[in-house]
Design a protein. Structure first.
Lengths: 427, 173
């Protein structure tokens, strides 16, 4: 019987089967940030277990609140920084080199096909775009990951999502995933891995695949995952060129992870996106999604472009298509947070930062920023934000605030118009 | 092992997320105790008053997809420091459920009919979880009783008995 990619990765990393339905896997990469890791570090220290299983397999970043905004966040940074130093964790990213974890770590080539990845952050599912099994976990799982290099999971069940058709011009990966979540609901994929297949996914860049996988958690999924292919090999080439003679050879090797044609799936969803229009959320759950034309004219006070969903160079290029030679509405506060220093530099080189600034945007340093209302860009009671982030929970960006999730293109259109509108009108 | 009995706190809604259980602004705290007063502070539930309704309650009974959203274990710890060690729901989000067992606490899934039965007993209801017999004993202030069987994955049970995943993993791996 054939296996899914997730089953192949699980089999290759199996450490233990503590009960018939549970497995304990060896973990290739444990990722850490300053919100969920310091409390894990403190607990390990208190229990006299201040060790790491392998400093080269642990990567850490300060990204949620950076630069620190107060004594408490400064202390979180301090705890992570000291810990990285005393355990010789070389891949630690602090001010000057830091950025949003789920954009930064892939950029550094840390995530490879067939890997197992955990992090104390629910959007760790993003890294499944590389054909890895990547799951968000809590602090105790993180502690055990740091200490022992293992994590427990239930046997993987997979939902096969096949995306066919041709992506219309004003429609992006964000619209596709919002539409999928609308169809299957916020717990439509709970305890499952969402495996994204089909011609549309094959043609997507790594950035777009990361956007797709990023929001798998919003449907309850353990992870999203894509088949590693030539696009993956090209993205990773600077990091894998010592292991393979050519990109073709790497592409060929990656096929060992692909799901078999006779693999068994717990659920299947087939969609054709040829007639999909831009999507936007209207409520406080990520499955409360409408076609953008149904929300036409909804005024916005703030537009936020950034985050682990849509803060990458491709996203900034999309938004710049609309913002070039235009000004944002005087009633709108525009905020751009490029996800990483590399994205920021590239956007400078390409003149994109200039376009944003001339349009009237404020450009922040790379950080998680407004997305979870922890540092900058917090909304006041009753304010509305059109945001390229991934969560519209009530109060997420500030108590009493409303967040409408949409694509970078739709966010840029909202900034210019001052209200939610069809981005197709501007391109 | 923790305490698995006490008064029920009914949260009659699906999809209660971890931002509602403990808002992100408290994630800068580095101790569990500091979270204590902020339990369910941002819960959006009609008639619910976090300041009045939680005191003296030890077991949460709720609907589907409880604990969705952020992976923050703070959502489990804020229950733990308020002496709430059991959540009984129609279903859970995966990470929240795992975090509960990882802390040696109980996330019990019951069919919708059983959840409705517990809700029907009214606000003033006591619950005792019998881990040996896999039974939930429910009794309201009028003396009405129900006994409801539940299933528990053997590994999850081991985590509860061990006092959590760190204790279990430190010994075994």
């Amino acid at each position: 019987m054939g296996k899914t990619i997730a089953e192949k990765i699980f089999a290759a990393h199996l450490r233990d089967t503590p009960s018939p339905a549970n497995v304990v896997l060896d973990i290739d990469v444990v990722l850490c940030h300053e919100i969920t890791t310091p409390i894990a570090i403190n607990d390990l220290v208190a229990k006299n277990l201040d060790r790491v299983f392998d400093p080269d397999k642990i990567k850490a970043v300060i990204d949620h609140v950076t630069p620190a905004k107060d004594s408490k966040t400064a202390t979180q940074g301090l705890i992570l920084r000291d810990w990285a130093r005393r355990h010789n964790i070389k891949d630690f990213f602090d001010i000057g080199s830091n950025g949003v974890c789920h954009a930064l770590f892939p950029e550094k080539g840390f995530i490879r096909p067939g890997y197992t990845v955990i992090m104390g952050d629910s959007h760790t599912c993003t890294h499944g775009a590389f054909g890895a099994f990547a799951a968000g976990v809590g602090t105790t799982d993180l502690e055990v990951g740091i200490l022992k290099g293992v994590c427990s999971f239930r046997e993987p069940k997979t939902m096969k999502v096949t995306i066919a058709g041709n992506l219309p011009d004003a429609v992006s990966a964000k619209d596709v995933i919002l539409n999928i979540i609308k169809q299957i609901s916020v717990n439509g994929a709970t305890d499952m891995i969402m495996e994204f297949n089909g011609s549309v996914v094959e043609q997507m860049s790594m950035e777009s695949r990361m956007t797709l996988c990023n929001m798998a958690i919003e449907a309850g999924a353990t992870s999203g995952i894509c088949m590693p292919d030539r696009v993956t090999a090209e993205y990773l080439w600077p990091f894998i060129q010592d292991s393979y003679a050519t990109i073709d050879e790497a592409t060929q090797d990656f096929k060992k992870w692909h799901s078999d044609s006779d693999a068994t799936y717990a659920k299947e969803l087939k969609i054709d996106i040829s007639n999909l229009t831009p999507q936007v959320t209207y409520g406080y759950k990520p499955d409360e999604v409408k076609d953008i034309i149904e929300m036409e004219g909804t005024p916005v006070d703030q537009v936020y472009i950034g985050s682990c969903t849509n803060g990458r160079i491709e996203d900034l290029r999309q938004a710049a298509r609309i913002l070039a030679n235009r000004k944002i509405a005087p009633t709108v506060r525009g905020i751009l947070s490029p996800a990483t220093p590399a994205v920021y530099s590239k956007a400078m080189e390409e003149g994109i930062i200039k376009i944003f600034m001339e349009a009237g945007f404020c450009v922040t340093n790379p950080t998680c920023g407004a997305c979870l209302g922890m540092s900058n860009g917090v909304l006041a009671e009753g304010e509305v934000c059109a945001s390229t982030t991934n969560r519209n929970f009530n109060g997420r960006m500030g108590k009493g605030g409303m967040v409408h999730l949409l694509s970078p293109l739709s966010a840029a259109a909202a900034a210019v118009a001052g209200y939610i509108t069809d981005p197709g009108k501007y391109i | 092992m923790k305490n698995f009995s006490g008064q029920a706190l009914f949260l009659d809604r699906n999809d209660i997320n971890t931002d509602e259980i403990i808002p992100a602004k408290y994630l800068t705290e580095n101790t569990k105790e500091a979270l204590k007063p902020h339990i369910l502070e941002d819960l959006h539930l009609e008639g619910f008053d976090a300041g009045k309704d939680i005191a003296g309650k030890n077991i949460i009974v709720t609907k589907s997809n409880f604990g969705c959203g952020s992976s923050r274990e703070h959502a489990v710890w804020v229950f733990e420091v308020n002496n709430i060690n059991v959540v009984i729901a129609e279903s859970f989000a995966r990470i929240f459920r795992q975090n509960m067992f990882n802390c040696g606490m109980l996330a019990i899934e019951l069919p919708k009919d059983d959840i409705d039965t517990i809700f029907s007993l009214g606000k003033d209801t006591a619950i005792r979880v019998d881990l040996e017999q896999n039974l939930i004993m429910v009794e309201n202030s009028q003396g009405e009783k129900k006994v409801i069987p539940f299933g528990l994955n053997p590994f999850d049970r081991e985590l509860v008995l061990a006092g959590g995943w760190l204790q279990y993993a430190d010994q075994k791996y």
